[in-house]
Design a protein. Structure first.
Ligand code: DLL
Length: 433
């Protein structure tokens, strides 16, 4: 299902032409309205006449999270506050939050882009949509709300917290669509079962729109089985708008990027050079339609790959694959790069453990030691120590084959790993650098 078919099925040439046109416009707009960009573009000798093809975007300098921090709170805004009608922000782990603003037109664009990803996931005006993302400064709740409302679905703005109450609402109001983080969806399934809910009989859920954190295909399968739904991924980040940058269609095999509103590049994060299509690298995003906060070549730090191959759904918009991690989430353990998603993939294929895990990294002397804490299922029971050892050895072996390094595995009690209502905390890095 399409939201605006013309935009979603343009030829690749039409997409590129549109992107070059909008990019030139936005360069001039930012130059005239944001002192930060005026200076940056002057330093790099950029004006709109230097942009002729889409590749010319590489002449532009990158923008980073630090640029947002240095211009805190409103220094990157291109309009005066009179035009701003909404402010969101994302709390980083360190320092000041990143502040983002929207004009009326920006909210309209955002709404349409959410409607687009919701339609792609199969949501209709007959659905009842339970949104369990936090409503507040986080872009998840309000972001998804308006687009889903626009397609005519009935929205239950439950926000986050109190899982038992969430389940009661999902059941009593007959929600057919669930919107939250994938880890919270699993937690909802877990608590529902414990509360004696028969998910197939008592709930009417059919679709999940999940995002805001990395999740593997194995985790998708688990969520789909537990909640008896089809689970669709969607991706976005505050700095460039929030959710709505990309979302999956019925193929469930990559997220179509809103290329009529953004330019996506994949670069090698070490050399800053573009990688070949289909290779993994860091996603870099340029906004083409934002009024309040135009952003050029934003370094997302998310590692993904992009394909422009035609999709069976009919959309021509390029697809990004599930981000496998972030450049700053990548653990370097004894010199080997490890992403939490690689560990997740292994764990999800092992019977007897639950899908909740955490990776703890310590430094013992000069050596990095990673311990993967996994929850045993409540019904996992060993009548002999030998069997438990075999079980752990097997997980160890699988992890070693996947990662190329030895990590230790610790089985912990069911429910002992903290559940999150929002983004799950997968890594505890105790090393001092
Ligand atoms: O998480 C926006 C969002 C809300 C997206 C709801 C989807 C649904 P931030 O809080 O600024 O914004 O965090 C952005 O979260 O750079 C990724 O590292 C991660 N992320 C977001 N979506 C996905 C996803 C929102 N589908 C950061 N898969 C991004 C993997 C994701 N990582």
């Amino acid at each position: 299902m399409f939201w605006n078919k013309d935009r979603e099925t343009m030829s690749r040439k039409e997409i590129e032409n549109l992107q070059v046109e909008l990019l030139k416009e936005k360069i001039e707009y930012a130059y005239n309205n944001v002192p930060f960009y005026k200076k940056k573009f002057d330093d790099f000798g950029i004006d709109k006449s230097s942009i002729k093809t889409i590749e010319d975007i590489r002449k532009l300098p990158f923008t980073t999270k630090n640029d947002f921090r240095d211009n805190y709170p409103f220094g990157l805004f291109a309009t005066d506050m009179k035009q701003i009608v909404r402010i969101h922000s994302s709390s980083g782990t360190t320092g000041k939050p990143t502040v983002v603003g929207y004009t009326k037109n920006d909210l309209e664009t955002w709404t349409n882009l959410i409607a687009r990803i919701a339609k792609a996931a199969g949501v209709t005006d007959e659905d009842i949509v339970h949104i369990a993302f936090g409503y507040g400064l986080f872009t998840g709740g309000f972001g998804l709300h308006y687009g889903l409302e626009k397609i005519g679905a009935a929205i239950v703005p439950a926000s986050s917290g109190n899982t038992k109450r969430q389940i009661m609402l999902i059941k009593d109001y007959g929600a057919t669509v669930l919107v939250c983080t994938p880890s919270y969806a699993l937690h909802i399934a877990e608590v529902a079962k414990e509360s004696g809910i028969d998910i197939e009989k008592d709930l009417k859920l059919r679709i999940g729109m999940f995002g805001a954190e990395p999740w593997s295909d194995q985790m998708r399968k688990k969520i789909e089985a537990e909640l008896n739904i089809k689970a669709y991924d969607n991706y976005g980040l505050s700095e460039i708008m929030g959710p709505g940058f990309s979302g999956e269609c019925e193929e469930q095999n990559g997220m179509h990027i809103a290329e009529d509103n953004f330019i996506a590049e994949i670069i090698n994060p070490e050399t800053d050079k573009p990688v070949k299509e289909g290779e993994y690298g860091e996603l870099v995003i340029t906004t083409l339609t934002k009024e309040a906060l135009p952003v050029f070549r934003y370094r997302t730090r998310d590692i993904t790959k992009i394909s422009t191959k035609p999709c069976s759904c009919g959309r021509t918009l390029a697809k990004m694959s599930k981000p496998i991690g972030r450049t700053d989430d990548m653990l370097i353990i004894r010199g080997v790069n490890v992403f939490p998603s690689q560990i997740e993939e292994v764990l999800f294929n092992i019977e007897g453990i639950s899908p909740h895990y955490q990776i703890v990294v310590d430094r013992k002397g000069a050596l990095d030691v990673a311990t993967v804490m996994v929850e045993a299922n409540a019904n996992l029971f060993f009548d002999e120590m030998k069997k438990q050892k075999q079980f752990l050895d097997n997980i160890n072996y699988e992890l070693k084959s996947a990662l190329g390094i030895d990590v230790s595995v610790k089985l912990v009690e069911p429910h002992s790993i903290e559940r999150s209502m929002g983004k799950a905390k997968r890594i505890i890095d105790n090393r001092k650098f």
